[in-house]
Structure formats: C-alpha cells, structure tokens
Design a binder for this molecule. Structure first.
Ligand SMILES: [Zn+2]
Ligand SMILES: [Zn+2]
Length: 156
C-alpha cells in the first residue's frame, strides 16, 4: 500500500513558502526583486513582513494567482485592487466617482463587477484589502515617528 498516494498530488512540485514552509495556495506573493530562483511567500508571512537574507519586506512583489483572470475576463489584478481602493475612497454605491477614479472602467462595469465578485466573496476582497493596507502601513511607517505606548489611558 502506497501511503503517499493519499496525499494526492506530489507535494514536491508544489511551491513552498520561504517563511513557514507551508505549501502555497493562491493567491501568494512572489518577490519581484529576489532571484533567479523565485522567492515565494504565503499571505500570512507576507503581511507579517517576513525577511530572509537578501529579501526585505519592502521589495516589490507580484501577486501570484490564477484566480484573477477567472474572476472576469478583462479585469486585471491591478484593476481589482484599484476597484477595491476606489470603493473604499469614494464609498460603497458611489459608482460614478469610483469609475472616475478607476479611469479604465465604466460606472456600470464597476458596480456590476463589485456586486458579482466581492459582495459574495468576502474572503477574496479582504485578502486584497489586507495587501493594500500592508502597503499603506509601510508608507506610514516612514512618515510617522514611532509613538511610545506609555500612555496610561492605553491600559484602561
Ligand atoms: Zn508562510
Ligand atoms: Zn525580495
């Protein structure tokens, strides 16, 4: 009896996270600056800012997923991110302004796409938003000085 067969596909041809060594499931992160062998991270390690040898958490990255094009043909990962960002900036339902900020899509396209792909898919949208917030946090880190947490109010 071959016990390995119960594991399904051969795990050796699956990419692994460089942070926690888990098998990567999409979407995951590929560093765009480390190479030539791909430096891959799961979303958990990526959002924790995992660093290893040459790799630093502020390296440029690509989101590796085959799910993006399947969501809807004609919408790139970039546009998905931009849509979520625009909805956060302009407010849900303000499709006119969302479309204006998007530039590449019409008001109707934005509304239909958001309703179809994000309202019923909270996991997907929260993943994207986490990535975006991680980016913003990184920018804020350099702009805002660290505040010591000796405020007694914090313990109440
Ligand atoms: Zn990991
Ligand atoms: Zn890197």
């Amino acid at each position: 009896m071959d016990r390995l067969a119960s594991f399904g596909n051969d795990p050796s041809d699956k990419p692994r996270c460089r942070g926690c060594s888990s098998n990567l499931v999409e979407p995951y992160i590929k560093c765009a600056e480390c190479g030539p062998s791909p430096f891959l991270l799961c979303l958990q390690c990526f959002t924790r800012g995992f660093e290893f040898k040459k790799h630093e958490s502020d390296h440029k990255y690509e989101i590796m997923t085959s799910d993006f094009p399947v969501l809807e043909p004609g919408w790139t990962a970039q546009e998905e991110m931009a849509l979520l960002e625009a909805v956060m900036d302009c407010g849900f339902g303000n499709w006119q302004d969302v479309a204006y900020q998007m530039r590449t899509k019409s008001k109707e396209e934005c509304e239909a796409h958001y309703m179809k792909n994000f309202i019923n898919n909270p996991l997907f949208s929260s993943t994207l938003l986490n990535l975006r917030q991680k980016e913003e946090a990184r920018t804020a880190d350099t702009a805002i000085p660290f505040k010591p947490t000796d405020d007694p109010q914090a313990h109440l």
